[in-house]
Design a protein around this ligand. Structure first.
Ligand code: ZN
Length: 271
């Protein structure tokens, strides 16, 4: 009896603790489940209601968006939201405003708008720096001429962008857009190689004479017979990104001055 009296309260406490633990765990699970449900549904709600203030910013700052019809605008907006929900944008030495987020997301969405598969699985975060920076992402280093950077090794999964250059890329129409430029490098690298041949886009479409056109245009450039900016001459991969910037920023001019390349780029980007 003593033993029973002695053990009973302990057992009772044990059972009480066990019950409390079960209740706590169940409650935590339910809270977790509810938050998952809420988050999932809040994303859907956001996708269905693209904020008007965001739309106004796109209309004002993203010429490519402005020229789209209503259906494509809706597709563009949904992709902007998906991108911003998935990728982290971090400011280093600078704030990240809504406009910066929208310009970065637009740079990601524009090159692949013609495709149903359009994600950037290798990209994890975008690091925004105030101005141009050095190879080691230091804006104060003496050699700081970079406006954007992606790569492999320690750079894998990261994109560095100068905020100043990102903004001016969308404000001026000089066929330079660093946001587009860096995302075009990612499109190029999706097949495992940064080589100026976007296999992902041209696969199974043997009709696209991509390399022939690239080499013809690079030749013209070296003879001073092309209005492409000099940087396109540096390599096949830079040619792709510079041509892409031109194609998405000034399609009418490209069509007029480089009709063959324009036709090929339309096929490559399916736009
Ligand atoms: Zn480049």
């Amino acid at each position: 009896m003593l033993l029973h009296v002695g053990t009973h309260p302990v057992t009772e406490v044990f059972y009480t603790m066990e019950t409390a633990l079960v209740v706590l765990l169940s409650a935590s699970f339910l809270i977790w489940l509810a938050s998952r449900f809420y988050l999932k549904n809040s994303k859907i709600a956001v996708i269905n209601n693209f904020p008007n203030s965001w739309r106004e910013l796109l209309e004002k700052h993203v010429c490519f968006y402005r020229k789209l019809g209503p259906e494509k605008k809706e597709k563009f907006e949904k992709r902007i939201l998906t991108f911003l929900n998935q990728k982290e944008i971090i400011g280093k030495g600078t704030s990240v405003e809504l406009l910066d987020r929208l310009l970065i997301a637009s740079s990601a969405v524009i090159p692949l708008l013609g495709f149903s598969e359009w994600h950037y699985p290798m990209l994890e975060e975008i690091i925004l720096l105030p101005e141009s920076f050095s190879q080691h992402y230091d804006p104060n280093a003496p050699q700081h001429h970079l406006a954007g950077m992606v790569g492999t090794g320690e750079l894998a999964g990261k994109m560095f962008l100068s905020r100043k250059a990102l903004r001016s890329g969308f404000e001026s129409f000089d066929e330079r857009n660093v946001g587009l430029h860096e995302f075009l490098h990612l499109v190029d690298s999706a097949d495992g190689r940064i080589d100026g041949i976007p296999q992902m886009l041209i696969q199974n479409r043997a009709s696209i004479p991509w390399l022939r056109v690239v080499h013809e245009e690079m030749q013209k450039l070296s003879e001073g017979k092309s209005d492409f900016r000099e940087y396109a001459r540096s390599s096949q991969e830079e040619f792709l990104t510079v041509a892409g910037e031109y194609f998405f920023e000034k399609p009418e001019q490209l069509a007029q001055r480089h009709p063959v390349l324009y036709a090929v780029l339309r096929e490559v980007f399916n736009q």
